[in-house]
Design a protein around this ligand. Structure first.
Ligand SMILES: C[S@@+](CC[C@H](N)C(=O)[O-])C[C@H]1O[C@@H](n2cnc3c(N)ncnc32)[C@H](O)[C@@H]1O
Length: 240
């Protein structure tokens, strides 16, 4: 059964991005079912308005409760997944959350716009996720990378040659350096171990590099690692 993601937005055309590349291929292969719902189609306003002035005054407009709540109700008739609102007050997204959400078979994402949503919509929301401590113009800008990082973890979306298990963050470390042909580029050779054909040495070199790069670039991640005896040995012998 395909994993189903429904995205509620005022700008469905922005999600054309999911018709391309790896996610597009997985949709064509019926591994993923990604749909958009135009919140404007649910407004009862005769001018198709979906926003209004904030009570109490202040800048900007607020997305009104009625069209958003009615759109959520409609989508929930078919999709029993969590309703996730993309918003700056939410928990900051990371790979751990991507892994957890990739185990769900149905999810609903709600994208805010303008100054955000009427607070009364929160009773329809199960979870709020933020892309980071900055403000975006709309939830779509956060939804695209978040949904992409979740969907690429769904079994069958990546081919075995595109596996994610050695990628940055998957095991709490950053990825090791990668090289491709030619073996020497502008006088700069690839590390000898990588052309040695010695798989165990390649594995150790990569692990050592991952650890030392993580220590240098992301000490916060490095502190959380439980280093094995081999890891400590590799770190002693490797330069970044
Ligand atoms: C201009 S923002 C509203 C910001 C809001 N007035 C505030 O100060 O918190 C419009 C929409 O973008 C989305 N958004 C903005 N920043 C975000 C972030 N860091 N993560 C996820 N979504 C975000 C939310 O859906 C929000 O409703």
């Amino acid at each position: 059964m395909a994993v189903r993601i429904d995205i509620l937005t005022l700008f469905p055309e922005m999600f054309d991005v999911f018709n391309h590349s790896i996610i597009g291929r997985a949709k064509d292969n019926d591994i993923l079912n990604v749909n958009t719902f135009d919140i404007r189609d649910y407004t009862k306003d005769k001018h198709r308005k979906v926003d209004d002035y904030p009570y109490g005054g202040g800048a900007g407009m607020v997305m009104a409760a009625q069209p958003v709540a009615d759109c959520i109700r409609k989508v929930k008739e078919e999709n029993k997944g969590k309703v996730i609102y993309l918003g700056p007050r939410g928990k900051t997204f990371n790979q751990e959350m991507a892994k957890e959400l990739s185990l769900e078979t149905e999810l609903i994402f709600l994208c805010g716009h303008y100054e955000g949503i009427d607070e009364r919509i929160y009773k329809h929301i199960d979870m709020e996720i933020s892309l980071g401590d900055f403000v975006l113009t709309g939830g779509e800008m956060a939804c695209i990378p978040i949904v992409d990082s979740i969907l690429r973890l769904v079994p069958g979306v990546l081919s075995s040659s595109e596996s994610f298990t050695e990628e940055s963050f998957y095991n709490g470390v950053l990825e090791y350096p990668q090289y491709t042909r030619p073996a020497v580029y502008e006088g700069d050779p690839v590390p000898e171990v990588l052309v040695s054909g010695h798989h165990e040495n390649v594995r150790k070199w990569r692990r050592g590099k991952s650890l030392s790069i993580t220590r240098e670039k992301r000490p916060d991640l490095f502190e959380k690692l439980e280093l094995s005896k081999e890891d400590m040995e590799l770190l002693k012998n490797i330069e970044v």
